[in-house]
Design a protein around this ligand. Structure first.
Ligand code: NDP
Ligand code: MG
Length: 396
């Protein structure tokens, strides 16, 4: 490769952001960090800037930007520090940027991710909430701009790897019968149902196989993560919800599978380490070293599969309901979930109440067509208000 690729990492201080920078650091001959963004972890962002010397850094507000700017200048860096949501969009759409890692968590990532899409960048999508919220608008923007959208979510990255290059012709046209989306089942796969009322945020965040940010860890425990991923798969691969089957696979070695009409089932396997999908998407269609240890099948020894239990995991049923309803329903689902998960992490509600809040929001707000970003943001705000009302009504 003759020229260094310029990379913006949105959410650089998070779990995916750090893994991305780990892969990038292994290939200084290919990649250069153009911009790094953080939100609350200012010290970490400073350390990352000192290591990767980006042209831009983005913080939450002017105050933290001035603080970081001072520290970086004192260290002799020429990094320019910007602040706020608009600056996130600027460093995503900047003409010098080749690829954007979209790794902000939740709805906060929607606009900067869309900015990268609209600017026709190579977009490495970890921020599944952005796609879940805006669905059709997001995919239309990809088509219009010619952006290259590559999934980072390990399951979707696996599916992408198991599909033929021309899958955009339609799953039926390329002989796909269905997509098998694997799920670990999280830390509460076998916890007695009655005990779920008492589980703590620490228990919910103690994922058996993956080390991740707190929000997605709770989503994995409730299996809302798989629900969001079901919706994500429908948009990425133009699938209908019934074409995507969720399979619990506790070892997290098979990252997902594609079932073809001739009876062939293709799977992608690997150690549960996000550096594999990150390296895959960064270098695609080439392959580069990710730093992940080779898979030792003898150590894995066995692979188990189970059908998910929707009584244990009502969030999965709610997400399927939203996927079927379409329109604004996925944005309502996502926003209600974000409010509920934050309340659970703050110990204001019990774990099973996450699903109760989402259920109430979905049932009290009809799904409407979403033809603009404004409509998506309105649905998001409405669901947050309804979830907030639930919390007030229950004195939380
Ligand atoms: P983390 O919580 O570890 O990181 C989130 C990042 O987003 C941090 O850099 C954080 O900044 C930043 N951030 C948070 N709120 C805002 C905001 N309002 N505005 C701007 N930036 C903000 O999350 P993960 O890395 O685990 O997850 C990131 C995304 O990737 C999520 O959408 C998740 O679903 C997806 N994903 C993650 C996987 C994983 O293994 N972790 C696997 C598959 C998908 P700061 O820390 O400075 O506050
Ligand atoms: Mg995943």
């Amino acid at each position: 490769m003759s020229q260094l690729q310029q990379i913006t990492v949105l959410g650089a201080t998070g779990s995916i952001g750090l893994s991305t920078l780990g892969v990038i650091a292994r290939h200084p001959e290919r990649y250069q960090v153009f911009a790094l963004t953080g939100f609350s972890r200012l010290r970490e962002l400073e350390q990352l800037c000192l290591k990767h010397c980006p042209q831009f850094a983005v913080t939450a507000d002017e105050h933290s930007a001035a603080q970081l700017q001072g520290a970086l200048r004192a260290a002799g860096l020429s990094t320019q520090v910007l602040a706020g949501a608009e600056a996130l969009c600027e460093v995503s759409a900047h003409p010098d940027v080749d690829a954007v890692m979209a790794a902000i968590v939740g709805a906060a990532g929607l606009q900067p991710t869309l900015a990268a899409v609209e600017a026709g960048k190579k977009v490495l999508l970890a921020n599944k909430e952005a796609l879940v919220m805006s669905g059709d608008l997001f995919i239309q923007a990809v088509r219009r701009s010619g952006a290259v959208l590559l999934p980072i979510d390990s399951e979707h990255n696996a599916i992408f790897q198991c599909l033929p290059g021309d899958y955009a012709r339609g799953l039926g046209a390329v002989g796909v019968r269905r997509i098998l989306l694997t799920a670990s089942g999280g830390p509460f796969r076998e916890t007695p149902l009655a005990e779920l009322e008492q589980v703590s945020p620490e228990q919910a965040c103690a994922h058996p196989n993956w080390s991740m940010g707190r929000k997605i860890s709770v989503d994995s425990a409730s299996m809302m993560n798989k629900g969001l991923e079901l919706i994500e798969a429908c948009w990425l691969f133009d699938a209908k919800p019934p074409q995507v089957e969720v399979v619990i696979h506790p070892q997290s070695v098979i990252h997902s599978l594609v079932d073809y009409v001739d009876g062939s089932v293709l799977a992608q396997l690997g150690n549960p380490d996000m550096r594999t999908p990150i390296a895959h998407a960064l270098a695609w269609p080439q392959r580069i070293d990710s730093g992940v240890a080779p898979l030792d099948l003898f150590a894995v020894a066995r692979l188990d599969f189970q059908r998910p239990d929707e009584q244990r995991f009502p969030c999965l049923r709610l997400a399927r309901q939203a996927a079927e309803a379409g329109g604004s329903a996925p944005a309502l689902l996502n926003a209600a979930n974000e409010v509920a998960v934050a309340a659970f992490l703050e110990r204001r509600i019990r774990f099973p109440e996450i699903a109760r809040i989402i259920d109430e929001v979905l049932n009290s707000e009809a799904s409407t067509a979403v033809e603009s970003l404004g409509a998506v943001l309105a649905a998001d705000a409405r669901a947050r208000a309804l979830a907030g009302e639930w919390l007030n009504r229950h004195g939380r």
